[in-house]
Design a protein around this ligand. Structure first.
Ligand code: GLY
Length: 438
């Protein structure tokens, strides 16, 4: 089967690696990702928003199914355009993708369909109403632009915002800049607990959940510094997390099932990968937000222990015949290597050296993210996350140790969070959750 992967990051590298076990992979990427290029039967490096060109590449290569990696083309309706020329996609159409691309749509869906784990919130299209809501709320708030902001738009009182007065200033900024493409804002109650991710395969009706994972969004050791796309993540042998019970996992999956039933009624059947970002609170799991695609880095955790045929699953997703998926009972740890001082880096375009052979000899894996290969086949940094290193073992502890050893074989103007998935950090999370529940 000929499958097209759209996207150029580590998430797409992981998707392509899994697909390539049983299918011929063709990649359309905005930047020459060396890992993707190596795995692809054919690839094209061009503008990822040029749908006409993507369709031409797909038709030239007799593509049967497209697998859409990032959210931006989903928001612009790539799935609808491919459908018009008879190519089905693993990825929701524009209407169904609103679960990620329109936060007002997502919260209203929960309210209208009485989906479990709803929270207090308001959506506002005038500054006055937004201010009034914050003034009367009497609790710290979370401020979210309605549309996509590359994961950098959400600000939280007690984290990036000092208090609700600063939250009001940020609301003004969102309106003035039309941040995320809307002159509007969603304001939510602040959830206290531990965040985690559950990703699922969805065929419009059926949903198969994958192992839970936990990302580390802060840039610096000790969960300090600015929020990033994610500095590293882990998953556990039992597919739960040290602080997440089977019952809480099941409740989270139930919320996702209720959500896809509601999207089907409200917009269109959802086909693709659904990423649920949850907070485990004193009252149980609550949804923070959804993404309409695999997570980055969490895709690498789950695909590294995926023990089934991703091309076959892709076919089942587009045909609406999802049946089963298998995952090994192994733990995984993934750590991102990023340019020095990321996210405010000046290391872009410098060379990063990766001794993949040594890393593979240690039974660890390399995934290329926002780097590019130049004409001399040197790998160069950009200003975003550069390289993910992943290890799969019988325990998180072992996987974390191997990951740290493997990272020594990546050299350049880079750093990583050495505390991701360490025993110390996991114990802190357990203690935090005990406190929250007490
Ligand atoms: N790890 C966060 C995301 O994929 O959006």
């Amino acid at each position: 089967m000929n499958i097209l992967v759209v996207g150029s990051g580590a998430r797409e590298h992981a998707i392509a690696k899994s697909l390539a076990k049983t299918a011929d992979v063709f990649t359309y990427m905005g930047r020459k990702n060396p890992g993707l290029a190596r795995l692809s039967k054919e690839y094209e490096v061009a503008d990822e928003s040029d749908f006409e060109n993507i369709i031409k590449f797909a038709q030239d290569n007799e593509i049967e199914i497209a697998f859409i990696g990032p959210e931006a083309p989903l928001e612009k309706g790539i799935v609808d355009e491919l459908e018009k020329v008879g190519i089905k996609s693993v990825g929701p159409n524009k209407d169904a993708a609103q679960i990620e691309t329109n936060k007002a749509f997502m919260r209203k869906l929960f309210e209208d369909y009485d989906i479990s784990g709803s929270i207090k919130y308001g959506t506002f299209y005038t500054l006055e109403e937004a201010y009034e809501f914050i003034d009367n709320f009497n609790e710290p708030v979370v401020v979210k632009p309605i549309g996509l902001t590359g994961g950098k738009g959400v600000k939280i009182v007690g984290d990036q915002l000092a208090d609700n007065e600063e939250a009001k200033e940020y609301v003004k900024e969102i309106f003035e800049q039309k941040m995320g493409g809307f002159e509007g804002v969603v304001i939510e109650e602040l959830l206290i607990g531990e965040e985690y991710t559950i990703q699922a395969f969805v065929d419009g009706t059926h949903l198969i959940p994958m192992p839970a994972a936990q990302d580390h969004p802060h840039a610096f050791v000790g969960n300090k510094g600015p929020i990033t796309g994610g500095m590293g993540s882990y998953s556990d042998k039992n597919h739960l997390l040290p602080f997440l019970s089977q019952e809480e996992y099941d409740q989270s999956v139930e919320i996702m099932k209720e959500t896809i039933d509601a999207i089907k009624k409200e917009a269109s059947p959802y086909k693709g990968i659904l990423y649920g970002q949850f907070m485990l609170t004193k009252e149980g799991p609550k949804i923070i937000e959804y993404n309409a695609r695999f997570g980055d880095p969490e895709s690498m955790n789950v695909l590294a222990v995926f023990d089934y045929d991703l091309a076959e699953i892709s076919k089942q997703i587009v045909d609406g015949t999802l049946d089963k998926a298998l995952f090994e009972n192994k733990a995984s740890v993934c750590k991102y290597i990023v340019p020095d001082k990321y996210p405010d880096t000046k290391a872009a375009d410098t060379i990063v050296e990766v001794d993949e052979e040594k890393i593979n000899q240690m039974d660890a894996q390399v995934y290329y993210a926002a780097v590019y290969e130049d004409e001399n086949e040197d790998i160069r940094l950009t200003s975003s996350r550069a390289i993910a290193v992943l290890a799969v073992r019988d325990s998180i502890k072992e996987a974390e140790e191997v990951c740290e050893e493997a990272i020594k074989y990546v050299n350049g103007e880079v750093y990583h969070r050495c505390d991701v998935a360490t025993e110390e950090l996991l114990n802190e999370k357990l203690e935090h959750m005990k406190e929250v529940k007490s």
